[in-house]
Design a protein around this ligand. Structure first.
Ligand code: PNS
Length: 161
């Protein structure tokens, strides 16, 4: 039974994340989308809002569940019995950071392997911070995030469209 976690901030979830979830769910037995509950980080959406959005988005994808975690990812993985971390690589700029995290996690919990999927070319420019930046100035985010979340994102900036 290969249980994997796709961890992230998902603030907010994008089409790039959704693509990663759909593709990685096909290669593991169970995929947990793990939302980091990082109290130090000033997030746009609360953890519960992010979990709710991800649940809405993944409800029809088999073997996928959504959860949140505090603290170290490897501690959460020990608790929930996951041994695979899934991460997306957009460009070479992601590599250094991802390599360091993957190696650290492996040292801390040797049973853990990180697998990287190259992101879909269509979304290789996309990140949650790009979405937040565009939304903050009332820019068009319809190519970045699923339609049902657009109003919720603008609402965070008091923008009515
Ligand atoms: O979507 P993000 O913000 O790039 O995701 C980063 C995330 C959540 C995967 C990473 O920050 C993480 O795993 N944080 C939990 C704390 C932890 O385990 N840190 C150790 C990394 S060396």
């Amino acid at each position: 039974m290969k249980k994997a976690i796709y961890p992230g901030s998902f603030d907010p979830v994008t089409f790039g994340h959704l693509d990663m979830i759909v593709r990685s769910a096909k290669i593991v037995d169970e995929l947990v989308v793990g939302v980091l509950n990082n109290s130090a980080k000033n997030s746009l959406f609360s953890v519960q809002e992010r979990v709710n959005m991800l649940e809405e988005l993944t409800k029809d994808i088999p073997h996928v569940k959504v959860d949140s975690f505090d603290g170290l990812l490897v501690d959460y993985m020990r608790e929930c019995g996951a041994t695979i971390i899934v991460r997306g690589l957009r460009a070479v700029t992601d590599f250094e950071y991802e390599l360091q995290i993957a190696q650290t996690n492996h040292v801390e919990y040797p049973e853990v392997e990180t697998i990287f999927l190259t992101t879909n070319l269509k979304y290789s420019y996309l990140s949650s911070s790009v979405v937040r930046e565009f939304a903050a100035y009332g820019g068009d985010i319809s190519k970045f995030v699923p339609a049902q979340f657009i109003d919720r994102i603008y609402a965070k900036y008091n923008i009515k469209k």
